[in-house]
Design a protein around this ligand. Structure first.
Ligand code: ADP
Ligand code: MG
Length: 695
């Protein structure tokens, strides 16, 4: 038996030089790496095609027949070798641009061969360019042939997909390599999974589509299972290590607020989430909860009431927002709402003056400040609390997991953490990237909201848009006009923004137009923003700095310029800036006329639905999980090789369920049948920093 971590150079046909190249180009160092280097596609070798069957939809196929003769045509770079090939009925040309002598000597006229490849079409005639040619071998004519990615450098050294196939064949079929099963036997039996060794053989050399499917299923399950095991085990370890602050009672602040200050009835969804938080915080475990709710669903009030619960139990609390504008808005609305309760509420941001900051720090340390609203500035080490019991982080995607764990450290007993996001996260991601958080959802908007109407107009139809804007302003409404600003094209984006600003001023001379963008100083930005918030300016021209959280209920129109350049979730976030008052609101997506299929799809999803979850799912499908932003990618304990978060949701759920059952029965994985889990977990996640365990 050969150990699976044997260096590739010892595999027959490889040797030191090629091993080095494989390591450098494909990251393959051991037999194990090679066996886990899965094909990207398969060639249909389940039958021979007739040449007459070939049409423009034909993929990789095989035909059987004879070469009837060779011919060299063209001069210089157009020179080529043509082999005329017939299957007895029709003929097709095999075309070669190099290796003439080798080919004519190796492949004899009149001998029967099997030719593989994807037919090319040129001038309505099909041909094979540099196809693979083999003698018929009855033992290998069934099933599918694997195709592997290679690189130019490898191909130059004659390491082609076919060479890799041979190595893999050698490694898994011929060599007595020891493949240890990575899942417990009873789990395999219960979930009817293929044993690992069989799955690895079948993923490279499937004998049928069914077998391939089963192999893929098994390998995907394994990946998802270990992702879940890693996350859930960490959080259970964390839970055992840290006890949470116990909120024993619902006290005066909470009750008074509920009776006297609450300006509306809570929705059922809001009540449910409050109950969930109440349950968590009375148990003695530390809460880490993700609150998802579409823009405008009323997360702030839930956060505030949870904070009052903490204050009732003698704790300080704090809410973090990703921008100064948003922090200031939270500060104003919170201090306004709790005014009758006579609580100490303060704001801390990067622009808080030194003197003020000092007294603020002092009041945090002596415990007299009960509610702190702030930005990243709160994370600074010098900000110390006397007794921090509850932390709210608004708009999680701007804060990383690292920040969350920094807040844990602000108290001897880590505070409860409520993370709020308005970017609905598809379930699969919630279970993986945020897998250590419990999830609450507000899936109901406050009553009386009119769904926002969304339209898509082309740039060349601007006149109608202008008329529409004017009629809305005449009715007393305000309008956002948003431009993309992306770092790579910052200069031209900035120019677009400025042009847009002057254009608006020209088109609406009778009204006041304000502008904000990320390059402005905070004070300038606030002043410009204030013009719009106070209603002095009717139009706000902006970049995405307004994306997060700004609340201007009188704004009823969101015009998004160059809408084709925004992602779905960003468009949805921007749209959420309107529709906050009682009036009918509109979102207008302005794009150029020529659009790619994906972009067209994105824009049409926006006009079809207002449902954030639907949009998030569509977004994940369109972009694919490989394209998630950095924090999300790095949120995974290891990279997924075969499972796909956008399409394997059900399997993920199944895997998570199995992990939960195992951990419930054996939290430390101490049972002998679980040794295999600990070993593989360690192997798969080695070298990965796990932020949730930093303490
Ligand atoms: P988001 O979830 O986007 O943070 P907010 O908390 O800012 O939403 O709430 C949006 C608006 O809805 C606010 O003006 C808030 O006062 C209002 N609101 C929240 N809950 C309710 C409710 N139950 N009934 C009526 N209005 C509500
Ligand atoms: Mg909000």
């Amino acid at each position: 038996m050969v150990p699976i971590d044997t260096d590739l150079k010892f595999l027959s046909g490889v040797g030191p030089a090629r091993a080095e190249l494989l390591a450098k180009e494909l990251g393959l160092r051991t037999l194990d790496d090679l066996i886990h280097f899965f094909p990207y596609r398969y060639l249909d070798r389940s039958r021979f095609y007739k040449i007459a069957e070939i049409d423009s939809t034909t993929s990789y196929i095989q035909v059987k027949g004879k070469i009837t003769g060779y011919q060299i045509t063209g001069e210089g770079r157009a020179k080529r070798l043509i082999a005329h090939f017939t299957d007895g009925g029709d003929t097709i040309d095999l075309i070669f641009f190099k290796g003439y002598q080798y080919i004519t000597e190796r492949y004899r006229v009149g001998t029967e061969y099997v030719v593989f490849g994807k037919p090319n079409c040129f001038n309505h005639t099909f041909s094979f360019v540099h196809p693979d040619i083999e003698l018929p071998d009855p033992s290998r004519q069934v099933g599918f042939m694997p195709l592997y990615h290679t690189s130019e450098k490898l191909k130059n050294k004659y390491i082609t997909s076919k060479t890799i196939q041979k190595y893999v064949y050698e490694a898994i079929r011929s060599t007595e390599v020891r493949v240890n099963e990575t899942l417990p036997q009873d789990l395999i039996a219960k979930c009817q999974l293929m044993p690992l060794r069989n799955a690895l053989v079948a993923i490279h050399f499937p004998r049928s589509a069914k077998e391939l499917e089963n192999a893929r299923l098994r390998l995907k399950f394994e990946e998802l299972f270990y992702i879940q095991l890693s996350i859930l085990r960490q959080s259970s370890l964390h839970r055992n290590k840290y006890k949470g602050v116990v909120f024993e009672k619902v006290g005066g602040y909470f009750n008074d607020f509920y009776k006297k200050c609450l300006p509306f009835d809570l929705t059922n969804a809001q009540k449910r989430v409050l109950r969930e938080i109440r349950e968590d915080t009375r148990t003695g475990r530390q809460m880490n909860r993700l609150l998802q709710g579409d823009v405008g669903s009323g997360k702030t009030i839930v956060a505030l009431m949870s904070m009052l619960l903490a204050v009732d139990n003698g704790c300080q609390t704090c809410i973090l927002a990703p921008t100064e504008i948003l922090a200031a808005q939270h500060y104003e609305s919170i201090s306004h709402m709790v005014e009758p309760l006579q609580l100490q509420v303060r704001l801390l941001t990067g622009s808080t003056k030194k003197k003020e900051r000092e007294t603020l720090h002092e009041s945090l340390r002596d415990g007299s400040l009960q509610i702190l609203v702030g930005t990243h500035a709160v994370l600074e080490d010098e900000v110390q609390f006397k007794n921090l019991g509850f932390v709210v982080i608004d708009e999680q995607h701007r804060f990383g997991v690292q920040q969350r764990s920094r807040m844990w450290l602000k108290n001897a007993v880590p505070p409860h953490v409520l993370v709020m996001t308005a970017t609905p996260i598809p379930r699969t991601l919630a279970m993986t990237v945020y897998g250590d958080l419990d999830v609450s959802v507000i899936d109901e908007l406050p009553p009386g909201r009119k769904p926002i109407k969304t339209m898509h107009v082309f740039e060349n139809n601007r006149e109608r848009l202008t008329q529409f804007m004017r009629s809305e302003i005449k009715q007393g409404r305000q309008i956002y006009v948003v431009y993309p600003l992306i770092e790579e094209s910052e200069k031209s984006d900035m120019k677009n923004l400025m042009n847009g600003f002057s254009q608006m001023k020209e088109l609406f001379p009778e009204y006041s137009v304000s502008m904000v963008h990320g390059k402005m100083k905070p004070a300038e930005k606030d002043a410009a923003m204030q013009l719009f918030v106070s209603g002095q300016a009717q139009i706000l021209v902006a970049t995405t700095v307004i994306e997060v959280g700004v609340n201007v209920p009188n704004a009823s129109v969101m015009v998004i310029e160059n809408a084709e350049r925004f992602g779905l979730s960003q468009l949805h976030q921007l749209r959420g800036r309107v529709g906050r008052g009682a009036d009918q609101s509109y979102c207008v997506l302005v794009s150029r006329y020529e659009l790619g299929a994906d972009t067209r799809k994105r824009l049409s999803i926006m006009t079809e639905t207002n449902d954030g979850f639907e949009i998030a799912e569509a977004d994940l499908k369109l972009r694919g999980p490989g394209d998630l932003d950095g924090t999300m990618q790095s949120g995974l304990p290891f990279d997924l090789q075969i499972a796909n978060l956008s399409t394997d949701g059900l399997l993920l759920q199944q895997a998570r369920g199995e992990v939960e059952k195992i951990l419930a029965g054996d939290p430390l994985l101490a049972a002998s049948e679980h040794t295999v889990l600990l070993d593989n977990l360690q192997r798969k996640t080695k070298g990965v920093v796990n932020w949730s365990s930093i303490s």
